[in-house]
Design a protein around this ligand. Structure first.
Ligand SMILES: *Cc1c(COP(=O)(O)O)cnc(C)c1O
Length: 485
């Protein structure tokens, strides 16, 4: 069994195994003609159940053959131009190379003595990101598993900073977090994890463009103060998950300063603009944040996972610091040994930063920005198509790369029936595997959503998927008529 350990004596096995795996994936990528096969849970589950995990095959090729059956054949392929569903990007090759290197060396970024250069590379990338944001000389941050964790950590810091000393009666029940009604659900989940009350997250209405209404925010902040409550944080979203809308950051920064609230910018999606030469100005005001969430695994074309939380003041990260004698004893701080665990919610932690490093070193930041600009342009084209197409209602002109739309047949007036037709179309499309789209609710009605993150997707793809949706929806409505008569 020792021949399976990756070490000095097994380099050849390592090379052969990994190369064989890469060749299978490369062949798969070259031949996938749809983003999905449409396999059902019922069809796939028995194939996986059937595998006897106590009877290994002892043969890599045989296991890869089996993997074809249980995973590769029916996976959802984000690189396919008709995958238009969630915030998943096609990945860039330098990052995939980084992934292969980081898992083979298997550094753990919690302490210097488990990573060495890995720690310094991560810190450079945090500094690089902070410079792009403009967070100032005292900024810091750490890589995380994703935007949800970044938001949680940011709100943890905000909670600790909001505690005005140890005044009697000072308790978590008084803390309030303000976020737009279309902010990410991880804000509410974080509040719960942080022990804040059920009413702690105050939803702020959005305008027609799905941007936080700052007038309403100002009212809520005033009310908060009047009621003797503590405005712990405002979460501004730079790229909402559903619409890509960017909250008015400068106005929100102003209000945060006025009311003494921590400003967190959730740029999980919009962070791609940090590399854009054309559209960087859409993030204006982000430099005034106290903390920022970025998801490189969304708009930097990085494989999952790759995310970071950035803070204006490095000292605030102390709220996540605990010292363990076995790992990161306090004396190491004096010795200036960089232990990233001091800043992180995680302990053992992947060297995800390497993927971004490889990407920047091979392609450069402008290369990422170019790709992201392309999908934003594509969304504009899609928007024009939709506005001109009487079969569809489209919600907002995209600020990033998302389109939210609804099939609206001229002959049907019952909105519930139109809901059902749209839900049916999404399901039927998924089952066909011809394209994958997402869905959401707008004003209580069911809409479909295209999240465009693949520069290989064309306006023709969008037009073709719209036809497919219309076809499925019409089929549903036709059958529904038959059922009624
Ligand atoms: C995706 C997303 C998140 C959550 O990020 P994960 O990486 O999926 O945990 C948070 N906020 C916004 C705005 C997002 O789009």
């Amino acid at each position: 069994m020792r021949s399976h350990l990756l070490n000095d004596t097994t380099a050849e096995r390592y090379r052969r195994s990994v190369t064989e795996g890469i060749e299978r994936v490369a062949a798969k990528l070259a031949t996938t003609d749809r983003p999905f096969t449409g396999v059902t849970v019922d069809a796939l589950a028995p194939r996986i159940e059937r595998i006897d995990l106590d009877r290994p095959l002892h043969d890599t090729s045989a296991v890869l053959d089996e993997l074809e059956e249980v995973y590769l054949r029916d996976a959802i392929y984000f690189h396919h131009p008709r995958y238009l569903a969630h915030l998943n990007c096609p990945v860039v090759i330098p990052a995939v190379l980084g992934e292969a290197v980081l898992s083979a060396v298997n550094s753990s970024l919690d302490t210097w003595d488990q990573s060495a250069g890995g720690t310094l590379i991560e810190r450079r990338l945090i500094d690089w990101t902070n410079e792009r944001i403009g967070l100032g000389p005292a900024a810091d941050g750490v890589f995380t598993s994703g935007g949800s964790q970044s938001n949680l950590q940011a709100l943890l810091l905000a909670r600790e900073e909001a505690k005005p000393g140890n005044e009697p009666g000072d308790n978590a029940a008084k803390l309030r977090v303000f976020a737009s009604e279309v902010s990410h659900f991880s804000v509410k989940k974080s509040a719960k994890l942080l022990g804040l009350g059920a009413d702690s997250v105050v939803p702020i209405p959005v305008d027609q463009d799905k941007r936080m209404q700052t007038l309403a925010l100002a009212h809520e902040l005033e009310r908060c103060e009047r009621d003797g409550l503590v405005p712990m944080a405002v979460v501004a979203t730079a790229g909402t998950t559903d619409f890509g809308s960017i909250d008015p950051l400068p106005e929100i920064a102003q209000l945060c300063a006025q009311f003494g609230a921590w400003m967190h910018v959730d740029a999980a999606y919009g962070c791609g603009l940090l590399t854009s030469l054309k559209n960087r100005d859409r993030l204006e005001g982000i430099e005034r944040a106290d903390s920022v969430t970025v998801d490189y695994h969304k708009s930097f074309f990085q494989p999952v996972s790759s995310s970071a939380v950035l803070v204006r003041d490095a000292a605030t990260l102390r709220h996540a610091t605990y010292h363990a004698e076995y790992l990161n004893p306090r004396r190491m701080v004096q010795e200036r040994i960089p232990n990233q665990v001091d800043k992180s919610l995680q302990t053992t932690r992947r060297f995800d930063a390497l993927k971004l490093w490889m990407t920047l070193r091979v392609m450069g930041a402008d290369g990422i920005g170019e790709l992201f600009d392309e999908v934003c342009d594509l969304a504009q084209e899609g928007w024009k198509l939709l506005v001109a197409d009487p079969r569809f209602d489209v919600v907002v002109e995209p600020s990033l790369s998302t389109l939210v739309l609804r099939f609206i047949p001229a002959a049907v007036t019952d909105p519930a029936e139109i809901d059902r037709a749209n839900l049916y179309a999404r399901k039927a499309l998924f089952a066909s595997g011809d394209a994958v789209v997402a869905g959401t609710k707008v004003g209580g009605r069911h809409y479909l959503k295209f999240t465009l993150l693949n520069p290989e997707t064309t306006a023709d793809d969008i037009a073709a998927v719209l036809d497919l949706i219309a076809g499925h929806a019409e089929q549903y409505l036709g059958e529904s008529l038959d059922r009624a008569s």
